[in-house]
Design a protein. Sequence first.
Length: 546
Amino acid sequence: MQRVRAEYQPKLPKTLQHTVKVKQGDATQSVADQEEIQKLFPNTYGLPIVEFEVDDAPSRVEEPFNVGIILSGGQAPGGHNVVSGIFDGIKKLNRESRLYGFLMGPQGFVDHQYMELTAGIIKDYRNTGGFDIIGSGRTKLETPEQFDKGLKILEELNIKALVIIGGDDSNTNAAVLAEYYKAKGVDVQVIGCPKTIDGDLKNKWIETSFGFDTACKVYSEVIGNIQRDCNSAKKYYHFIKLMGRSASHIALECALQTQPNICIISEEVAAKRMTLDNIVSYIAYVVSERAKLGWNFGTVLIPEGLIEFIPSMKQLINELNDVLTEHADEVASLEEMERLQKVHSYLTPVNAELFKSLPKAIALQLTLDRDSHGNVQVSLIETEKLISEMVEKRLEEMKEQGLYSGKFATQHHFFGYEGRCADPSNFDADYTYALGYNAAMLINAGLTGYMSSVRNLTAPTEEWIAGGIPITMMMNMERRHGKMKPVIQKALVELNGKPYLKFASQRETCALNTLYQYPGPIQYFGPSEICDRPSMTLLLEHDKIS
Ligand code: FBP
């Protein structure tokens, strides 16, 4: 499989199969806070959207040029194809051009750790998952000292452009870096590429981030397998937490693909100001209704970021952060039970009550795990266990009241790392190769502060539209660590969007029936309608299915 897959030739949009020239659109504006963003990006604000069109000129450029790349943040399927796309693109323009990869993310750029990526190296990574070709890291590129240190190595290697392959934060930093070099009069271009399995870096011009499609397909395969098991043994409720940091796009896409009995959408929880108790009651209701039908089994999908979207939990976590900072030494020296009692005694009555209602293990977790800023690390909280334990407790109460007479046995799962480095689906393999190849063309066009953009993704690959979007156009001002900062607007699940509405329209039926779907493994070879099919989120958003 590895050998055959290595030979797959990703499909390119028709335009990129030719020599291209730039078609400029109108000047742009940021999505919000125009005045502030313009002030912060005087040299790169307002640039036009560009689209490539076929040119008759020869493709070769006279002068070879060197490009540097950074893989930033969490792995996402297709990263290696972005790299091979850039490589093929710059070599097409001039065979003597060179590609350098900075090692282990942005830190490699700052510390001058790099390697040249040659044809021989790239060959082994084509169409594979992972970021292991050069490694990735989460160092934030944000200070002038880092930019200047990085500039030294760019100058040393005669690098004309840097491509940062990352999520919303890394691309925000790409824009800041582009502005910094421009303001300094330095001739280095910076181009971003939209990466993240979370699917939250998207807007009108960036239809999806790469990796989302593959990761969701891998999770959906496994969820489908679990559902088959669940429906065979008919004895467990499976609580499945899905990665995605804060947005629920992954959980929603997996729910659309597999039709579980329950899927919680964090954005809905926040919008309806639901409490943890509301969520528990809803699940307990579905479990008890299914029990009446003789079904003591089911599947429940839970997005990773749920806790932070429950307003009351958010309030509790905020107060815990303060209490634990103020009484750090006192609390740290106490035994488990004493610690819980002490922390409880410092909380305001509403938060104290919620804290007391949590299962002991979760309450303890909330008092223990803190990040470098002293905040509770919500991503480490086993939400799937928290919720299932609370549902169990509720069902016991219901039993005592004669409202429930079923059995409730649980299994827990967390899917995230299983999908982040999977071999990219054909969609992601093509999309990422096109994003990389297109980035090489943006560099050749002399642009900086742009994100590589390939659109019209629900059409056949030949018809995809290639071009670039000024990163400042996607920005607004947000409070980060107590300060207002320019950042790319994160895309959360829209409750009036078609994917959510489709899910909401069928959830009652899915809850009270057993309508599981089993998508099976990603297909790399075979009929195009199976192998090249994009995510349901994308198809619904573009009215390709209803
Ligand atoms: P990015 O936003 O960097 O693409 O990361 C995505 C992600 O997979 C999240 O879904 C998850 O919460 C996080 O990375 C986990 O990262 P780490 O393994 O570094 O803790």
